[in-house]
Design a protein around this ligand. Structure first.
Ligand code: HEM
Length: 505
């Protein structure tokens, strides 16, 4: 019987071929983990295992870890990824074989103007750039930049006064976001933004957009990766062009002003790169410095890399402290005894504060802004009996690792003592990775910790964080980008009297 007499047999043939190819293509990559003997959630055509247990990717990892253990296979759309949270394997991947097999992260090749930023660059180019950027974050240089951080911490504390006076409910990121941005921009290229008093500043809006990749583009490249060269040729970028262009224009302007003036003794990171470059141009090994384009890319990337991560950490710190008032009180006692009578915060004393350090470490365990790390296998390699094929993405589910109950008893509890001086020694470094580890770890870790601790001490010298009706408990998390809450975290501030003995009872 011919149900559709108006459709010719050729058309039927084409239609059936098209549907078959469509279905086959949608399943093509899904046999990999069965062949490797690695368990994992069952993928759906084209969609893979995305959001199988939870829409939020790191909560999904957490569920997978409960179900499959410390190694599993997942599919981000059609792309296979091996999730690894076995500490022994992590040591091999992130440290021992970093330069041989696991030097690079996944590269979408759609990096627009930021193709040579240190976090994106690969192999020898990455090594050279990283070697140039690292010295600008020595303890000596961070100490020099501490004055700048202090200046912004004073401004932030002054801005809080009016909010406390009015008993306002505060969106915490509105305090720490501008602080982080002001510190980053001042330390990187000496611009005093004053975002605290001007929160809708374009620096903040553009930097916030950078970690949120456009979803349609992300899906398209995931479904049809063979179009990537064409997209690259057309200049398509996962980093919003308007945002990278904004920073590029600012940096170019500053560079031009520096070249025209005699202001060469500025202690910011941009000037550090320029000095190094100029010094080396006269030498034979010119390729040791950064070229003009590389300088612009590093400066832009450092602001992006430092702003959102630090602001998010401070926001989660305020939230966890408000929910754990006894920890906050203990911390305020340490602050008051280290800097009596709300005295000036000194660098050496700040970095030696033991309880402060434990509080920050524990908060980064519960809320690591980078909830996943990634490395791409450059060649096929066997680790602990598991074959990792060439070009396979190895994904390290940091959030799930930090909440593994065998590694962290009662993982949901906020217990800074886990990181006390005595207990810290028994922590396996491959079970705690808020900044990654190994040669490709976070370049700004020490800088970030100083800037975060300073802001926290400055606020807690004068105020306590309070949970209020508007505080969401438990938090719903944002499904995209870096780890963060779905809705902005809201708290109240309570003014403290002179020392911790009188307060908070
Ligand atoms: C709390 C704040 C921060 C957190 C939690 C954080 C976390 C991380 C993580 C997890 C990585 C990837 C590490 C890996 O793959 O092993 C990373 C890379 C990086 N971070 Fe941070 N970061 C923070 C602040 C900063 C700051 C303030 C800067 C700059 C001033 C910075 C600059 C970088 C750079 C340049 C990379 C790429 C390094 C490379 O590819 O060689 N980060 N960060």
């Amino acid at each position: 019987m011919d149900f559709f007499p108006f459709i010719s047999s050729e058309t039927w043939f084409l239609l059936i071929s098209f549907i078959s190819i469509f279905v086959l293509y949608g399943h093509w990559t899904y046999g990999v983990f069965e062949k490797l003997g690695v368990r994992g959630p069952k993928p759906l055509m084209y969609w893979g295992t995305v959001g199988r247990h939870n829409q939020v990717y790191y909560l999904d990892d957490y569920e997978c870890a409960k179900k499959y253990g410390r190694i599993w296979g997942l599919y981000e759309l059609r792309r296979p990824m091996l999730a690894v949270m076995d500490p022994e394997m992590l040591k091999i991947i992130l440290v021992k074989e970093c330069f041989t097999y696991f030097t690079n992260r996944r590269n979408f090749r759609l990096n627009g103007d930021l193709y040579d930023a240190v976090n994106v660059a690969e192999d020898d180019q990455w090594r050279r750039i990283r070697n140039q950027v690292t010295p600008s974050f020595t303890s000596g240089h961070i100490k020099e930049m501490f004055n700048i951080m202090q200046h912004h911490s004073h401004k932030m504390a002054a801005g809080l006064q009016s909010k406390e006076d009015n008993n306002e409910v505060i969106t915490i990121k509105d305090i720490f976001g501008p602080y982080s941005m002001d510190v980053m921009v001042s330390c990187v290229f000496s611009v005093d933004l004053d975002s605290i008093n001007e929160p809708s500043n374009p620096f903040i809006t553009h930097a916030s957009k950078l970690f949120r990749f456009p979803v349609p583009l992300f899906l398209f490249q995931g479904f049809f990766p063979f179009f990537l060269p064409l997209l690259k040729f057309l200049g398509v970028s996962l980093f919003p062009k308007s945002s990278t262009a904004f920073f590029r224009t600012v940096v170019e302007k500053i560079r031009a002003e520096r070249n025209a003036s005699s202001r060469k003794n500025v202690a910011d990171i941009l000037q550090y790169f320029i000095n190094y470059q100029t010094k080396n141009l006269t030498k034979v090994m010119q390729n040791q410095g950064l070229n003009d384009h590389e300088i612009l890319s590093q400066v832009t990337m450092l602001i992006f890399a430092g702003y959102e991560t630090s602001a998010t950490t401070l926001t989660f710190l305020a939230y966890t402290l408000a929910r754990n008032p006894e920890v906050m009180k203990h911390l305020q006692q340490e602050i008051d005894s280290t800097f009596p009578e709300k005295g000036p915060i000194r660098y050496e004393s700040l970095i030696q504060m033991g309880y402060l350090s434990s509080v920050v470490d524990e908060c980064l365990r519960l809320y690591p802004p980078a909830a996943r790390l990634e490395r791409m296998a450059k060649g096929t390699v066997k680790i602990k009996g598991i074959t990792i094929p060439k070009d396979m993405i190895v994904m390290i589910p940091v959030y799930a690792l930090h909440r593994d109950p065998e590694l962290w008893p009662n993982p949901e509890e906020f217990k800074p003592e886990r990181f006390s001086k005595e207990n810290k020694q028994s922590i396996n470094p491959y079970t705690y990775l808020p900044f990654g580890i190994g040669p490709r770890n976070c370049l700004g870790m020490r800088f970030a910790l100083v800037m975060i601790k300073l802001a926290l001490v400055k606020v807690l010298q004068n105020y306590s964080f309070l949970v209020c009706d508007e505080t969401e408990i438990p938090l719903r998390m944002h499904p995209e980008g870096l780890m963060g809450p779905l809705q902005p975290i809201k708290l109240k501030l309570q003014k403290r009297s002179l020392n911790s003995a009188d307060v908070d009872d």
